[in-house]
Design a protein around this ligand. Structure first.
Ligand code: GLN
Length: 262
């Protein structure tokens, strides 16, 4: 009965548009899409899997938090240093990139509560039996990733052990430099190196207990002086607290074989 259907369809359309309008006016910036910058390859936190999908624990956390808090976002895999630069130049609203929460960084950025605990390790080519301690790095060249805590740790040891540091924008290129023998070792976050080794990246960890490597926790970061992005941080915080409570954060860490300390 067409005479019946038309008004019904109209009523439906009206109801839909009304509810959309109501939805918008209730949540203010429901249409806003936050830009979240991340690293390109920092497995298992963010990386491209064998099927070509960009996946990882950071991405799962962000997706779960956004779902929990009902916000939209667009992911920008830029590299670690570039992600932080994007945040600083207001090209990104937040960063999730296995980013260590440090006192120095807290001067510029506001961080969420931590979601993972990490530390720095030194790795050499799997076949290298000559490097057993930091002292064995003397007068050699090591590799580090620009702007990272690993680079800062290397810089803190360089004067004592007299090694030169080569800087790289991403982890795979840094590992390659060690495998080709151009650099004798590299400085990397423990879970990322452990994952890489489990995937046969051709490296192995050197344990020298003489210098304690700095530990740090990963958090989500926004610019301190951006009032707009404090809103995003609050959403992230609330969502993360919910994921810790309801077991979702642990499930994500289990999925990627990562420790869960919260
Ligand atoms: N956790 C390290 C840092 O924040 C490295 C992060 C990364 O390389 N994505 O400096």
């Amino acid at each position: 009965m067409p005479s019946f259907r038309k008004p019904f369809a109209l009523a439906c359309a009206l109801a839909v548009s009304w509810s959309l309008l109501a939805g918008c006016s209730n949540s203010g910036d429901a249409g806003k899409k936050y830009a979240v910058a991340t690293d390109t390859t920092f497995a298992p936190f963010e990386y491209t899997d064998s099927k070509g999908n960009f996946v990882g624990a950071d991405l799962d956390i962000l997706a779960a938090v956004a779902k929990d808090q009902g916000f939209q976002y667009e992911l920008r895999p830029l590299g670690f240093d570039a992600a932080v630069a994007a945040l600083e130049s207001n090209q990104a609203d937040g960063v999730i990139a296995g980013m260590s929460i440090t006192d120095k960084r807290k001067e510029k950025y506001n961080f969420s509560e931590p979601y993972y605990n990490s530390h720095i390790v030194v790795a050499v080519a799997a076949g290298n039996d000559a490097v057993k301690s930091y002292a064995d790095l003397s007068d050699k060249t090591v590799a580090a990733k620009t702007g990272t805590e690993g680079a800062k740790f290397a810089e803190s040891l360089a004067p004592k052990y007299h090694f030169k540091i080569n800087y790289f924008a991403d982890s795979p290129t840094m590992y390659e430099d060690v495998k080709t023998g151009n650099s004798v070792a590299c400085f990397e976050d423990s879970p990322v190196m452990a994952y890489g080794i489990s995937q046969n990246n051709g490296l192995k960890i050197v344990n020298d207990p003489s210098e304690k490597s700095p530990g740090s926790s990963y958090g989500f970061a926004v610019m301190k002086n951006s009032a707009a992005n404090q809103k995003l941080l609050t959403l992230f915080q609330t969502g993360l607290a919910n994921l810790k409570k309801n077991g979702q954060l642990k499930a994500i860490m289990d999925k990627y074989n990562l420790n869960y300390d919260f």
